[in-house]
Design a protein around this ligand. Structure first.
Ligand SMILES: [Zn+2]
Length: 332
């Protein structure tokens, strides 16, 4: 069997025979970073990413130290460029602001696409995902099980709005638990666009400002203030900071968590009043449809439910397998 054009080695993806790593968690000589979530970033010698992802990385990791000579190489969507013998091109991934898929054209002309985290649905605060045509596809599998089917996003957003309205009319503060990068800005873009006044934890506010600098409007969103009790406002905060000092003036609350994992049922969400399946990942049917749309002849699944997603793709007649660790391949 022909070796995959991308390999998995000690948990990191790379293009064999080249210095290029993909979303490496360890420092690498040259890495493409698909987006700025914590499990995808590290300090590399050379980092290839969109300008928004680089700005979010600097926010999270600090400026590269001068003595390290680290280079940040901003890349735009659909603007192919050379890297040694490779040609690289980024496509929007629809996951969070600046998130990108990467297509690598190898020296022999073969193309391999890497989705990173992908959301094919509309995300208000991120660039809409585009189909990346390629011969070999490396596809994320976070919600790779057949039972992960999200309701239409418009329905989920309306349900969240109903929860907010109910809390406000009962004189309680609606508190929405959302990851600070991506999910928070998506719900804020929706609610602030609908005229709701929103207060956010300072960690969310800092990321909001980067979103605004990259053209995402969040009108009517202000940070929580130590001496001001929110009144008639929606509060958005990461769940682990629900009882942090910044939240001390938030009085009677009604709480809801926003996550795709809400499909797994309420047992995961003890201590909250509601859970809504607002996701910034593609669900199972969307992953299958996306793989088909790329025209890929071969699909390798990574992250999450890789075995189950590969099996589902094979049932659809697509040649698919989970990407295995290089050490395991060598043993075969
Ligand atoms: Zn992510």
């Amino acid at each position: 069997m022909r070796a995959p054009p991308i390999e998995l080695s000690r948990g990191d993806l790379r293009v064999p025979g080249t210095p290029l790593h993909l979303d490496a968690r360890r420092r690498s000589p040259c890495a493409f970073v698909s987006h700025a979530h914590g499990d995808h970033i590290a300090r590399h010698d050379r980092t290839i990413a969109t300008a928004a992802t680089l700005a979010l990385m600097v926010h999270r990791l600090g400026e590269p130290k001068r003595q390290t000579k680290a280079e940040h190489l901003p890349a735009g969507y659909r603007q192919p460029f050379g890297l040694g013998e490779l040609t690289l091109e980024l496509f929007p991934a629809g996951h969070v602001l600046g998130s990108a898929q990467l297509r690598v054209t190898l020296k022999d002309g073969r193309t391999v696409g890497y989705t990173g985290d992908l959301c094919t649905d509309t995300v208000q605060a991120a660039e809409r995902a585009e189909v990346m045509p390629c011969e070999t596809l490396v596809l994320e599998s976070t919600f790779g099980l057949p039972r992960y089917v999200f309701p239409p996003k418009a329905e989920t957003l309306l349900a969240i709005r109903g929860f907010v309205d109910d809390a406000l009319s009962d004189g309680a503060t609606p508190v929405l638990y959302a990851y600070s990068l991506g999910k928070a800005q998506e719900i804020l873009a929706y609610l602030s666009g609908a005229g709701y006044a929103c207060r956010v934890h300072p960690v969310v506010h800092a990321i909001d400002r980067i979103y605004e600098a990259h053209g995402v409007a969040l009108p009517g969103v202000r940070p929580l203030e130590p001496e001001v009790a929110p009144a008639g406002e929606v509060v958005v905060v990461p769940q682990q900071l629900a009882w942090s000092p910044a939240m001390k003036r938030v009085g009677r609350r009604r709480t809801a968590v926003l996550t795709g994992w809400a499909l797994d049922g309420a047992r995961h969400f003890r201590g909250v009043d509601a859970a809504f399946p607002l996701s910034d990942h593609a669900d199972h049917p969307s992953l299958l449809a996306y793989a088909r749309a790329t025209g890929a002849e071969r699909v390798f699944t990574v992250h999450g439910h890789a075995d189950e997603l590969a099996a589902a793709l094979r049932r659809e007649g697509i040649r698919a397998q989970p990407l295995r660790e290089q050490s395991q391949l060598e043993l075969l």
